[in-house]
Design a protein around this ligand. Sequence first.
Ligand SMILES: Cc1ncc(COP(=O)(O)O)c(C=O)c1O
Length: 396
Amino acid sequence: VIQYAGAEGVIDLGWGHPDPQLLPVEAWAAATAAALRRAGWTALTYGYAPGPAPLREWLAGHLATVDGRPPDPDELLVTAGASQGLELVCTALTRPGDVALVDQPAYHLALKLLADHRLELRAAPAGPDGIDPDRTAGLVRELRAAGRRVPLLYLVPTFNNPSGASLPAAHRRALVGALAGLITIVEDDTYRELAYPGPAPPSLWSLAASGVIRLGSFSKTVAPGLRLGYLSAGAGFVRRLAARGQLDSGGCLNHTAAMVLAEFGTSGRYAAHVATLRTAYRQRRDVLVAALREQAPALELAVPDGGWFLWLRAPGAAGLARLATRHGTALLTGERFFVDGAAGGGRDRLRAAFSRLGPDELVEAARRLGRAYRELPLAGRAGREPDPDPDHGRSG
Ligand SMILES: Cc1ncc(COP(=O)(O)O)c(C=O)c1O
């Protein structure tokens, strides 16, 4: 029935999934009943292609409270999740053989999705604060001068998966200033609302007059099983996407869930639920950070201001992950978040998701990781061990 498939007895920090206890089963059931009562058959027929007005209007108003500039409703398109939004953008903007620039580290499954479109992935030049706007602009010009198409740059600038890091606000302005007129910036903004304590920095989308497509999702704030998200872009681009055959044929990409989400939002359930999530995930972050500092103090980590992940630095990370599995806890190794893992990117990194597990399990996971670390032979710490399980943690 579900995607998660963990091994018996292993406390798994590898999967970026929500805690089952934090999924709003009752509140969603109530919102569904209310939406169907209110909207009747209109909630169940083909929906208006860009998304039904009740959701787009509520969402535009809601984004005004969590971002720099809210979109107009006609700058919003309802999608079947951020992954599907990215798929749609790739279908509309790219051709096989194009170059896609990506931030490093980047959400590994977005890299997979871009590769599915047969795009050649290239790392955007970066400095300590993230993507270097001028060098990236230079690379785009150089590639184009050599006859290559370079339609888009993909990045997760806010509470990044895997690093948890956010681009500083000043850096965002420089990035938008140098690149928004040159290349389509695809901003994956999935974690914006999981800010501890917040607010999140303004989105690139909110800072640019045009040239940015922002992908949003209700997977982290409500439930991934809904397959519901949105993108904000120029009204012309939204119309262009809504006119594509898929939406002309099927209407809104997830109409009934969109109508229920509108009810969930306007009734106040959304705000109450996200407030609960912020408290709960913040607590889990703090529990895991404290337990790791106690149990494995040699592991370096930066405390993220939002999102679901800790990005640990550990020499010999692959060997440590393998040992950790033997001790009954699992993490993802860092290479998969880099375009060219073979060049060494991420080899000293592990991603730990604190989203799926309760505080007690997080403490026990840290204990097991600490035991593994103490057992890691010096040779392993120098880092030569293979990835323990390259397919592990397929999702999130
Ligand atoms: C950065 C990022 N983008 C997109 C997704 C997937 O979002 P959705 O469930 O809306 O497709 C995830 C899920 O882990 C993610 O971390």
